[in-house]
Ligand binder design. Structure first.
Ligand code: AMP
Ligand code: ZN
Length: 116
């Protein structure tokens, strides 16, 4: 079920613009609007799941992870890349719809943050 005031649900529905890089029946991916690295992709479940804390569907969890890796391969990030899932307030999550950050294209610092 979509959440009316959720930015990623709106992008999914097409009511606000977003550069869709991938879409299947379970997930979609967009370019992050404020990229922290040359490649910064968000992999997002189509269903409104607030965060990883709320994720109960194991098949969806697998699909999100697989698509993240697939998009990293497509972006030719053979030298390495990072997957980040900020979760809830202390995890630094700003958009309350689960999303996986795929970051790469430069040497990332060792800090465990999407903002390295
Ligand atoms: P987080 O802090 O993990 O919740 O990350 C939210 C991410 O969503 C940030 O990296 C934002 O730059 C990104 N973001 C916010 N609004 C948009 C948008 N309209 N299109 C693409 N990315 C967005
Ligand atoms: Zn949503």
């Amino acid at each position: 079920m979509a959440s009316d005031d959720c930015i990623f649900c709106k992008i999914r529905a097409g009511s606000i613009p977003g550069k869709k890089l991938f879409e299947d029946e379970l997930v979609f991916a967009i370019a992050d609007i404020h990229p922290q690295a040359p490649t910064h992709i968000l992999v997002i479940p189509k269903e409104h799941v607030a965060s990883l804390w709320e994720l109960a569907d194991e098949r969806l969890a697998g699909r999100l992870l697989f698509v993240a890796a697939e998009l990293a391969r497509e972006a030719r990030l053979a030298e390495g890349w990072r997957l980040i899932v900020n979760t809830r307030e202390h995890g630094g999550q700003e958009v309350s719809h689960l999303h996986l950050h795929v970051l790469g294209g430069r040497a990332l610092g060792r800090m465990l943050s999407a903002r390295t």
